[in-house]
Design a protein around this ligand. Structure first.
Ligand SMILES: Cc1cc2nc3c(=O)[nH]c(=O)nc-3n(C[C@H](O)[C@H](O)[C@H](O)COP(=O)(O)O)c2cc1C
Ligand code: SF4
Ligand code: SF4
Length: 246
């Protein structure tokens, strides 16, 4: 069983290609949370994986919520994590390993894959060729990970971790404020942003999204998936473009 959290498709893609090659099932953490599915029994033959994006050198709050509630009966399974990231994975692998250990889920191997950086308040994803090259490299990295998973390798293969990243992760709390998100007049009130928000932080009011929680996961899923590209965060996101994994 491979659990994934993904706002813009990178982690979903990696979870899917791993599952296709290992024969494992895969499950969307956002769906599990929405349907309150937290209890799982792992068959002896299956791997257990967690695939997720790095946020502020740490973990998305949605993933933490799921792990808090997760109750999984393991059976000597090979357990691994895969962090997808744009630059550095920071302390994400270390944090998830500790969280899972507290639930008696002993991680055997940790991996990471560099992918297009969806934090477009800073990173520019408007050059489609560069984005496509990055995704080709990511697929090669995923192939190497699959080989190691199939050989049940143990160890830390997350080569982009940074030891002292706590300070940056603490700042995620400030970054999560929904007051930083805005909507432009081009919004057609389709409701997609509200329906797909993993934190249920959006309601459609008077035909436009309204952020009804003070903080969200700041996954930028609403910004990148909007059919009108009407949601923005600050001055740069418009020129840096929208992105979802092809
Ligand atoms: C709020 C936020 C914070 C991020 N922080 C980091 C980071 O600290 N380091 C990094 O390398 N990438 C960072 N990224 C980029 C994502 O981890 C990366 O693009 C990931 O593959 C997105 O996965 P997804 O498409 O499955 O959501 C961040 C993205 C977001 C939205
Ligand atoms: S997804 Fe975009 S167009 Fe649809 S309601 Fe949300 S902001 Fe408006
Ligand atoms: S409001 Fe937007 S950025 Fe925040 S969690 Fe929901 S989809 Fe993600």
């Amino acid at each position: 069983m491979i659990f994934y959290f993904s706002a813009t498709g990178n982690s979903r893609h990696v979870a899917k290609v791993i599952a296709e090659k290992t024969g494992d099932r895969y499950a969307d953490i956002t769906e599990c949370l929405k349907k309150e599915l937290y209890n799982f029994i792992a068959d002896k033959s299956e791997n257990i994986g967690f695939v997720f994006p790095v946020y502020n050198f740490g973990l998305p709050v949605t993933l933490c919520r799921f792990i808090d509630k997760l109750n999984i009966k393991t059976n000597g399974n090979y357990i691994f994590t895969v962090a997808t990231y744009g630059g550095f994975s920071g302390g994400a692998s270390k944090i998830i390993k500790k969280m899972l250990a507290e639930k008696n889920i002993a991680v055997k191997a940790q991996y990471s894959v560099r992918m297009p950086d969806t934090w477009t308040p800073i990173y520019d994803l408007s050059d489609k060729n560069k984005v496509s090259e990055r995704n080709k490299e990511a697929d090669k990295a995923a192939d190497k990970i699959i080989k190691r998973i199939n050989k049940k390798k143990n160890g830390n293969f997350d080569y982009r971790h940074i030891p002292f990243s706590d300070y940056f992760y603490k700042d995620y709390e400030n970054l999560r404020r929904t007051s930083s998100l805005s909507v432009e007049d081009s919004c057609i009130g389709c409701g997609m942003c509200a329906k797909n928000c993993p934190e249920n932080a959006i309601e459609i009011r008077k035909g436009k999204p309204a952020w009804v929680k003070e903080k969200c996961a700041m996954c930028l899923g609403c910004l990148h998936h909007c059919p009108q590209f009407a949601i923005q965060r600050g001055e740069n996101t418009k020129k840096h473009g929208q992105y979802v994994h092809p």
